[in-house]
Design a protein around this ligand. Structure first.
Ligand SMILES: [Zn+2]
Ligand SMILES: [Zn+2]
Length: 650
């Protein structure tokens, strides 16, 4: 008998050679029908692999990331088979599962493949899948494996096998098809019910442009047709919400090739939006005891040598700026922390003065290859909503909780309700790769774990994911389309206080090292606004909208009344504009809808006579307008803002 430990901690005994699928059936037949993949002691195995020793078994369904991976990996085998049967003389290379689906890199030889061929390939894949082939793993010697691909004249697989050690090589068979593979398949091809080729692209063998260019065929597959339909709809919606498209339509930001790639230009509306976000956070930070500081955009190279950033990132950064005469070397600031350490160092501190919390909307510059740049999410210059907290080890616990409160406040004010907190701790086996004493690490790790539990966060713990200088907490947010983004990070740091020789005098009159916390609830203004744009499709919370209302006059005759309304709105601190163009009201409404202005206030003869406005809400055509007074409208706006934007309390 062997003992199998399941993820809930329960231990069950089974006869030796029990398979993961047998274990699944012992739990329930219904569950077993959904199991598509398994891992044993951390290694992916087949659901049919006999288990011979005690160990931990995890059974995966389509709902698990690992389950999807097995599903997509298995589909890539079927795609390879379909391509091989449809095109003669092609050479297969590699075909892994990726975040959404899978790809296969293929040398198509003399064959041509275009979008027009996708449908036939998909049909072929599904017809093979319907035959319910099982995947069977078998070991091969290096010589056998080389011989197999020598017959096919496949230099790519031959190269892969040459780099593998004899005794580690396995093949996977299904139907009439064989591929070099390490394993991890679904029980049979019959559960692949929907498959689509998403695109084809050029890809160099092994990613090296000196090598031959292959064709990368991207695909995705699902256990239900409905899942594929939903996925394609989601992709369409993501395209409509693309922040680069919305940023242009809403006139928030732009890029200029003259200014340079990856350097966003904030247009007036975008700058106002950004400023509002900054003011919002500054106000909360002030309540939280932060002090605002300002530091330059460049720093002496020596500063980053001291911080260790130069040794680690120097070669991949913007290169030093030289002065014409004095022979000085400066770097564009890649992070604000070293500057803040030097602010801390401007005077001696006692434990009674701590914590010090220095905050700065600090603009930093990091070199990214031009091919990596993407809208506002990957740029070369961006502003962090940065702050560094210098505290005693005993204050870590309460400081951490305070930072979590602030992050949660930011998320709730901006409509991010769905998130998990990832706690990144040390690798237990490898403690010597981290700096700082064991005692301090334990304090910091416990501080994070306790703070997260205390705040009722939904957490996942990742061992070995901590930075070498300290543990961290990352907030992973799901947006309205179900995509996950990392927003907001809190990191404990023992390294920089050491490198910058930061001290404070303790109650024992001795000098001690403070602990440093790096934190940024938004992360970067650029990336945050991009994610917020895609999450809300440009319908920001009312308090943040560039214009909360637009006054649409029925004709030029009502210009004076429109101006009067605008004045009254300004008294109520409502941001509004007047559209007094000589256009039809229909055109004015359409344009305001495009700009996603939350309230359209229509003014004409009736309104002027009664001192009212006719309001119409964005996206609610056909609902009819409501005629109310300015006071009533101001109360509506006020109430809606109060619903999302609460006052930050500590
Ligand atoms: Zn495989
Ligand atoms: Zn920092």
């Amino acid at each position: 008998m062997i003992k199998i430990t399941l993820p809930d901690g329960s231990v069950k005994e089974f006869a030796q050679d029990v398979t993961p699928m047998d274990v699944a059936k012992s739990i329930s037949e219904g569950f077993a029908r959904n199991v598509i993949s398994a891992s044993f002691d951390g290694t992916t195995i087949e659901t049919t692999t006999p288990l011979t020793t005690d160990g931990s078994l995890i059974l995966y369904t389509w709902n698990d990331k690992e389950g999807k991976k097995a599903f997509w990996h298995s589909t890539s085998h079927v795609l390879a088979q379909a391509l091989q049967e449809m095109y003669s003389g092609i050479k297969l290379t590699i075909g892994p599962a990726i975040e959404n689906g899978f790809y296969y890199d293929v040398d198509f030889g003399d064959n041509k493949i275009t979008d027009a061929d996708f449908k036939a390939i998909e049909d072929k894949v599904l017809s093979i899948a319907r035959e319910k082939h099982e995947f069977t793993m078998r070991s091969a010697t290096k010589a056998e494996a080389l011989e197999f691909y020598a017959k096919e004249n496949n230099q790519y697989k031959t190269e892969l096998i040459t780099n593998l050690a004899d005794g580690t090589i396995t093949f996977c068979d299904h139907a009439t098809f064989t591929d070099l593979c390490r394993g991890g398949h679904i029980p049979n091809t019959g559960i692949i019910k929907a498959m689509k080729i998403m695109s084809i692209a050029g890809a160099y063998w092994r990613g090296d442009e000196k090598n031959k260019q292959l064709t990368r065929v991207y695909g995705i597959s699902f256990p239900k047709q409905k899942d594929l339909t939903e996925y394609l709809e989601l992709l369409e919606e993501a395209k409509r919400r693309d922040h680069r498209k919305l940023g242009k339509e809403l006139e928030l930001f732009a890029f200029s090739q003259k200014v340079g790639q990856g350097l966003p230009l904030w247009l007036p509306k975008g700058a106002a939006l950004r400023d509002r976000l900054e003011q919002f956070l500054k106000k909360a930070q002030k309540k939280g005891g932060y002090e605002q500081v300002v530091t330059p955009h460049i720093g002496q190279k020596e500063l980053y040598v001291t911080s260790g950033h130069y040794a680690k990132y120097g070669a991949d950064s913007f290169q030093p700026i030289l002065t014409p005469n004095e022979g000085e070397e400066f770097l564009l600031k890649p992070m604000n922390c070293p500057h803040h350490c030097e602010i801390y160092n401007t005077k001696p501190w006692s434990y009674k003065d701590l914590p010090k919390r220095y905050a700065e909307f600090g603009t930093v510059y990091r070199y990214e290859q031009s091919g990596e740049l993407h809208g506002l999410t990957r740029v070369r210059g961006f502003t962090q909503d940065d702050a560094h907290i210098f505290c005693t080890p005993d204050q870590l616990d309460s400081e951490f909780k305070k930072v979590i409160d602030l992050v949660l406040y930011v998320f709730s004010s901006l409509g991010f309700e769905n998130f998990t907190a990832q706690i990144s701790l040390r690798d237990k086996e490898n403690r010597d790769k981290y700096i700082g004493s064991d005692e301090n690490w334990e304090k910091a790790e416990n501080a994070i774990i306790n703070a997260a539990a205390d705040k009722g966060l939904n957490t996942v713990v990742e061992y070995g994911e901590a930075a070498f200088y300290g543990p961290k907490l990352d907030f992973m947010v799901k947006d309205a389309l179900g995509r996950q983004w990392q927003l907001g990070t809190i990191q404990v740091d023992y390294n920089l206080p050491e490198r910058f020789d930061l001290t404070y005098k303790g109650s024992d009159n001795e000098l001690h090292r403070p602990v440093m916390i790096h934190r940024a609830p938004f992360g970067s203004m650029e990336r945050f606004i991009a994610i917020l744009l895609e999450h809300t499709a440009g319908n920001f919370p009312l308090w943040l909208m560039p214009e909360q209302a637009i006054i649409l006059s029925l004709s030029e005759k009502y210009e004076n009344y429109a101006k009067k309304v605008l004045d009254l709105l300004e008294n109520h601190e409502i941001r509004a504009l007047i559209d007094n163009r000589n256009e039809t009201i229909g055109k004015k409404i359409r344009d305001a809808e495009m700009q996603k202005t939350p309230f359209m206030l229509i003014v004409g003869e009736e309104e002027e006579k009664n001192g009212t406005i006719s309001i119409r809400r964005h996206g609610q055509e056909g609902k009819g307008n409501v005629t109310i007074t300015i006071e009533e409208f101001a109360a509506i706006v006020d109430e809606e803002i109060k619903k999302t934007l609460k006052v930050f309390t500590v």
